[in-house]
Design a protein around this ligand. Structure first.
Ligand SMILES: Nc1ncnc2c1ncn2[C@@H]1O[C@H](COP(=O)(O)OP(=O)(O)OP(=O)(O)O)[C@@H](O)[C@H]1O
Ligand SMILES: CC(C)(CO)[C@@H](O)C(=O)[O-]
Ligand code: BAL
Length: 282
């Protein structure tokens, strides 16, 4: 596995690969890798000759300085996992390399970002779109891999790729969970034992809500039941729970035949902010 510390090295590496007809897959991450990430690497390996993983804790997508400071960083353990998983090149730029000057780019994803993570983390998707655009320009991958745990992020990146005519396929991979249902997430490492023990409640509540959606319980009632169910838990502070159209991400007041529903939430457990979602197909 090659280590590529600079943008120029990444560009040269992928350009050479494309010139000899290789298919290039890109897996953007912020590191502190787990099986959710490795699934993306495996999917890339199955479809591509070159699997480029980027690890970059992108400052421009953090709306909370403490969250950025405390984001788990374990570069040696990450690198040790990636070779055996099938990564052929690891891009690990510095902040100065990615942002030689402060960026002034502004994206507006309209209704897609006025809800959920976009509404609760001002500037977050601007930072995500900025860094993902840069990665797409530098690596020019044929395929780029993202996780459905970040459902809204996938929708925004699809819009970004379409609007900017990036010639690549966005591949969304399912959410990988711990045995107790907790969605794998780098931030899980920051949970203390009590918060870790409480954390599977998030998925339990979403699973119960999904059951209600399947029975036709109205969206407002589903939301209220989820809020009610988490309220007594002293370790969990719910930030939002939403019942939304899975494609447009807009909150639903009623179900529409033939349209999938996504149930999304964000919650704080002992200072750690986690998100999760489940999708209910019609
Ligand atoms: N449990 C998971 N299952 C599938 N994909 C995942 C999972 N967790 C993260 N991913 C995907 O991995 C990519 C990199 O995510 P990232 O490095 O931010 O990790 P993370 O675990 O989501 O961390 P955090 O949510 O704490 O930032 C994203 O496309 C993300 O959706
Ligand atoms: C896509 C991404 C790597 C951009 O920094 C990040 O938002 C993430 O890890 O999901
Ligand atoms: N996986 C989402 C990246 C973030 O929370 O900033």
């Amino acid at each position: 596995m090659q280590i590529l510390p600079t943008a120029a090295r990444l560009q040269a590496y992928t350009e050479q690969a494309r010139q000899i007809g290789k298919r290039v897959g890109l897996v953007p991450t912020m590191g502190a890798l787990h099986d959710g990430h490795l699934q993306l690497v495996q999917a890339a390996r199955a479809a591509c000759d070159e699997v480029i993983v980027s690890i970059f804790v992108n400052p421009t997508q953090f709306n909370n300085a403490e969250d950025f400071r405390l984001y788990p960083r374990v570069p040696d353990a990450d690198a040790a996992m990636l070779g055996p998983a099938g990564c052929t090149a690891l891009f690990v730029p510095s902040v100065e390399e990615m942002y030689p000057q402060p960026t002034v780019l502004r994206f507006d994803f309209g209704a897609l970002e006025r809800v959920m993570e976009g509404a609760h983390r001002p500037g977050h998707f601007n930072g995500v779109a900025t860094v993902v655009s840069k990665l797409f320009h530098l690596a020019r991958p044929h395929h780029a891999y993202f996780g459905q745990k970040d459902w809204q992020q996938v929708a925004i990146i699809r819009q970004l790729a379409a609007d900017l005519s990036f010639d690549l396929e966005i591949v969304a991979c399912p959410t990988i969970r711990e045995a107790d249902g907790l969605a794998m997430s780098s931030r899980n490492r920051r949970l203390d034992p009590a918060a870790r023990a409480a954390a599977p409640r998030l998925h339990q509540v979403l699973a119960a809500a999904a059951g209600q959606v399947r029975q036709g319980v109205a969206p407002a009632q589903v939301r209220a039941a989820a809020e009610e169910s988490l309220r007594p838990d002293p370790l969990i502070t719910l930030e939002y729970v939403e019942v939304a159209d899975a494609q447009t991400l807009q909150p639903l007041s009623e179900y529409m035949p033939g349209r999938a529903v996504v149930l999304c939430l964000a919650a704080h457990l002992g200072g750690v902010r986690l998100i999760d979602n489940v999708v209910v197909e019609d």
